[in-house]
Write a protein that binds this ligand. Sequence first.
Ligand code: ZN
Length: 307
Amino acid sequence: MTIAIIHHEDCVLHDAGEMHPEQPARVEVIQAALERYEFDAPAKFYPAPLATREQLISVHDETYVDWIFSVAPKHDCIAIDADTWMNPYSLKAALRAAGSVPFAVDLVVKGDAQVAFCNVRPPGHHAERDKAMGFCFFNNVAIGVRHAMLQHGFRRIAVIDFDVHHGNGTQNIFQNDTGVLYCSSFEHPFYPGYEPEMDNEHILSVPLEAGTKGELFRDKIQSVWFDRIAAFQPEFIFFSAGFDAHAEDPLADLGLTETDYVWLTTQIAKIAKVHCDGRMVSVLEGGYNLSVLAQCVPAHVNAMIVK
Ligand SMILES: [Zn+2]
């Protein structure tokens, strides 16, 4: 039983300036914390490969992928939207982030690891089929999900997205794909906006009012998700792991703590043990308090281990 941790130094070079909350230091702090953490199973560290064009266009429009490559700057920092910036290293970082997830899936399917965590940036869950937004260019988790389906033949995959922002990109990509059960909890009303009428039998949203703390979070998650996930009988489970619903995160107003992340991860790991031999891949999304990241990410990764 091994944990794979995937990262690449290129992910540190993507930098939208010191005022931007999605800082390079996020993954540096996380990597250092993961390297010194005493996990309940051996951890093995891998460099993230670049995503292939085939992987990118498995979830994004070809014209959109071509456009991102064409606008990627050689010298300056350019704005894709008000929040989403590219410097000369951003495209490569985005390709490492997108490439890390199919690589993690392969490690888990081959049995080289039981679970994997991708410590990568830029994040991905706001990236839609044909749109970069919210710090995201390519939808890293969606690319991994599609890879698990196309390359390994999995037909039922659950995505657990506990980032404080609604994963509009992931929902956009899998809106009509009944093979993906998309479970998302998020602050509402909040960026990027959430449309309840878009939910369906395989899109399970848990909108949470500002100020919601762990106890109510757990009640809602338990009542909306767990029976439905078990009934879906997932063959693989992904986490979109954002830590910005933490009480000490500067961008949002929920009140989660480390114990809530460990609780959720443990509950999902139990479902994974029953239905998919514990196969799970987790991918970093948001989370902007560095000490929270250093504390909560290793605890989340350790809780994925099915004991
Ligand atoms: Zn977020």
